[in-house]
Each structure stands twice: as C-alpha cells, then as structure tokens.
Design a protein around this ligand. Structure first.
Ligand SMILES: [Mn+2]
Length: 523
C-alpha cells in the first residue's frame, strides 16, 4: 500500500439532487439511486463504455433453467420471466422513507435502480422489456422528473420500455408464454395483471431460483470491473481508518471514518453494517454495538465494505491501537495470517471449498499447540482435529460468495449441519472461474464460545491449557478478510489494503505521529 492512498482526492458527485419525500408518502420515481451519486471521473473505463449486461444475464438464467425443464429444449420457448423491483417503503406513522435498496434479482436482470419498475423477458425471442411506474403529479412536484422511457432505453441494455399501464397489452402479445416465472409476488400489487396472465404466473419455483442463483454465481467482466472498483474504494477507506487514530477515540469514530471515506469516493451506501470493535469485543463475530471507548485497549477489528452500483466488498483488518502489536496480539495475528496465506495459495477452479476450510482448522491447531493453548504433549493433532476443539476459537467458515449481496446466493450452506466444522460454512461447493468469494479465517477468545464449545464438552476442554489461554482474552480476536476472484489460472486478490503486520504498524504509527488538527475534523 503506497502513500498515494492517503490522497483521497476523489471529486464529490455532482449528480442531480434527489428528493424522495412526497406529500402522498408514495414515490416510485426515484431514478437510478446507485449511479447518480457516483463520481463519474473515477468510474472504470469499461463501465463508462458499456451498459450493464442485462440481456446476457437473462440469457444465462434461461440456459440454467433449460437444464431443469423436464419437457426438453422446446419447453423453454413458452417461458417468460416477470420480476418486479422493490418499492420505496415508508417508515410507519410518518412521512419519511426507508433507505431504498433495489431487489437484487431484479437488478441482476436489468441493471436498473428505479423503484417498482418491472422487467419482462421472453425466452423465445430473447426480448427484454421494462415497464416504468407512471408519472405522478405529486412525485414530480416534490422529487423532479423521473427518467422517461426513451432515456431508459438509451441508458440500459433493454429492447423496449413502456409505462406500467401498458403491461397487460404488451404481455398479451406474447401468445407463446405458458409459464411466467417470478421470484415472488410481494411487489405485485401495483401491476394489476389480468386474469389470463395471472393464471400463468409461477412464483417461488425452485428451478427458477436455481437458475437465477447459478447465473449470479459466475461474474462477467462488467461485474468484475464493478467489484474491483468497490474493492478499491474499500481499500482506501480501511487505510483512512488505520491512519486516523488521533481522531478515533470511540469505536463509532472508526465506523464514521470508514463511511465518510467510502461516501466521498462515490459509495452511496455500505455493503452491510460495519463491525467495529476493540479489545475483548473483537471476539464477537458480528459485534453490533460499535460504541465503546478505545481507551486502554490494545486491539481493534474493523470488518467493513463499501457498496457501489449495488455490488459490495467485504474486508476485515485488525490493527494495534498503540501502533505496536502486543506479543499475544501479534501471535494470534500471525496464526490467522498463516491460515489465510496457505489456503489462498490453493484457491483455483476445481478445488472444494470444504477442503480449504478444513485445512485452515488444521493450520490453526498447529499454531495453538505451538502457543501452548492446546496441549500438544498430551494429545495428537488428529485427536484435536477429531474433537472439533478448534471450533471454540474459530466457529465460522473460511469464506462466502460475494457480489450483489455480501453473502451472495448459490453457496448452498447447511445451517442444520450437526458437524460444527460445517454448520456456518456459507459456501459448500467447488470453486469455479468467475466466482467471487472472501477468504477470512479468524481466531477468537470469547467467553461465550469457551462456555459453549469447551466447558460444556469436557472431551474438548481437557485439550486446552486455560492458564495459557487466559493471556489471550484481552486480544479478543483476529480476522483477516480479503475478496478473491477465481481465475482460470488460480485467483486474483481484489483487496489491496495491506495485511502485513509490519506495514500495518507503520501506517498506524504514521497516523499517530499527527495531531488532531492535522485531520479534517470540525467536531
Ligand atoms: Mn465476510
């Protein structure tokens, strides 16, 4: 990570201001939420030169669906997809709105961020048609003119665009359609579908979801360009967090620093609620408080990722608040880094993710023996492995798919799995070219985990030297998480922020050498 990352000279977005409050409390016309705020100058050239490949995405879904249709090749010619975007949802008993989040299947099939828009795809002609909510006087008065059909047609990879009142007429022209697959009917109310069409709608169908998920699993070049860009935004935001300790005196300041820098770079939202914890709280996997003082703590953990064009990143870094890792913190850090380095080196098409996950546990066991936390003189590594004792320190999976969702579709986890090794592994399949996933091993010292995984299981507890373990409780935990693209040759690590502990110390120390007034902090 070079120091140029400090100069976050990314221009602010100048896109038109969006107001989405209306007198009626309903507004479907907020156009393209994810694009308007993006700083155009910093958008990758490929994204500038190309449209979001919506038609290819529909065709991918068609191909996967074809493998599931029992009637064979011709049956697909009578199939259509009808998917509705999310509406803007009001907050209860007031005239404000929940933050709009486009429904991810709809976005995958259209690339369109307009609330309550509808997408129709005819598998026979491979035509993609979009229907927009009709113009509403109140909406225009309060929120400005929405995008018109001709603008939508120009901007997006669609064949035809109409207003919603033409939905029945246009769909009625497709006499070949016998099955109209949709995800669910949750947003169907405004469609006013006629009976004939309503009769052929099939919702919540396993084959359709399978086809959607398998299509979303493999990222194309356009999606990869977005993911690389959002990874870059996330890198700089993590760098900013590590560099700003003089103005971070509470966990919430860490979250604020990350969110501020992500937004300045054009990320309107974050991919998920950031996890910002310090000291023993680093042992809580999905810590949500983000509000404790950093005073008198040694360690911190931040798990945060920006979101851009509805695609996310998911990165975790751990750094010492003093600028120097304590001995125990460093030992755990090196353990986790070794788990990540060794498993990452093996990431390539054809490798079973379960195998790398198991390998990460075996590496952890070796390190915990070396540190004296596990009793290596009394028990063999195999006995420890068989007992699942390492799950007390590493209860989650090695990683998960990532894309439009932070825990993306098509991982086929089994949360009912009785084996603690696999219960929380969110990806249960072979790696394939074009998959994007995280590699995020961890090691934690958490009272609750000790109670549940050790104290309640004497056969595991006897393998642990509790006196040695106690010395590590103040570390809380370490997780190192990078975002990986599987390539033909192996992998590409899209995450650029360093995880080298020496480099991290340097970054933190450089920040600590500054004064509060060296930062842009008004309050
Ligand atoms: Mn993650």
């Amino acid at each position: 990570m070079d120091s140029s990352l400090v100069s976050l000279g990314v221009p602010l977005a100048i896109g038109s201001a969006i107001t989405y409050l209306t007198r009626k409390g309903i507004n479907n016309k907020v156009n393209n939420m994810s694009m308007l705020a993006d700083p155009i100058e910093d958008v990758p050239q490929y994204i500038k030169d190309n449209k979001y490949p919506a038609k290819i995405h529909n065709s991918n879904v068609k191909e996967h669906l074809l493998t599931k249709l029992s009637k064979g090749g011709n049956a697909i010619e009578s199939v259509g997809f009808l998917v509705v975007g999310n509406p803007v949802e009001p907050n209860k008993y007031c005239d404000t709105f929940k933050q709009f989040r486009q429904e991810r299947y709809f976005f995958y099939l259209t690339g369109i961020d307009i609330p309550s828009a509808v997408s129709f795809y005819d598998c026979k002609s491979e035509k993609l048609i979009v229907f927009l909510p009709e113009i509403d006087y109140d909406d225009v008065v309060w929120g400005g003119m929405p995008m018109e059909p001709k603008e939508v047609l120009e901007k997006y990879d669609v064949d035809e665009v109409y207003y919603m009142d033409q939905l029945n007429d246009i769909l009625g022209q497709y006499k070949n359609i016998e099955t109209l697959y949709t995800t669910d009917k949750d947003n169907f109310e405004g469609l006013k579908l006629n009976q004939t069409l309503n009769d052929v709608v099939v919702a919540k169908d396993n084959a359709f979801f399978y086809a959607l998920d398998e299509a979303r699993l493999i990222k194309d070049q356009y999606e990869i360009e977005i993911l690389r860009h959002v990874a870059k935004i996330t890198d700089r935001s993590h760098y900013a967090v590590m560099s700003a300790l003089p103005i971070e005196i509470n966990e919430l300041h860490i979250e604020a620093e990350f969110a501020y820098h992500a937004k300045r770079q054009g990320a309107r939202t974050l991919g998920y609620d950031p996890i910002c914890c310090s000291g023993p709280a680093c042992g809580t996997l999905h810590y949500v408080k983000n509000s404790e003082s950093l005073k008198d703590k040694d360690s911190t953990l931040i798990d945060a990722g920006a979101e851009w064009m509805n695609y996310v990143s998911d990165v975790t870094r751990c750094f010492p608040l003093t600028g120097k890792y304590t001995r125990e913190h460093r030992e755990i850090y090196e353990t986790v880094r070794d788990m990540q380095t060794q498993t990452m080196a093996l990431m390539k098409p054809g490798v079973k993710w379960e195998d790398l996950h198991i390998m990460s546990h075996k590496i952890l066991i070796k390190h915990l023996i070396e540190l004296g936390i596990l009793k290596g003189k009394e028990f063999t590594e195999q006995e420890m492995f068989d007992s699942r004792v390492s799950c007390a320190f590493y209860p989650h999976g090695l990683g998960h798919l990532m894309g439009l969702d932070v825990h993306d579709v098509a991982g086929y986890p089994n949360y009912e799995d009785s084996d603690p090794y696999f219960k929380y592994l969110r990806l249960r399949r072979e790696l394939k070219t074009g998959m994007v996933l995280t590699n995020e091993p961890g090691c934690y010292f958490n009272d609750y985990l000790v109670e549940e995984f050790l104290n309640k299981h004497p056969e595991r507890a006897k393998m642990v030297d509790f006196d040695v373990m106690k010395k590590y409780m103040t570390v809380g935990g370490v997780r190192i998480e990078d975002d990986i693209l599987i390539t033909k040759e192996g992998y590409e690590n899209m995450t650029g922020i360093t995880s080298d502990p020496d480099e991290i110390e340097k970054i933190v120390q450089a920040g600590l050498s500054k004064k509060r007034s060296d930062f842009h902090v008004v309050v």
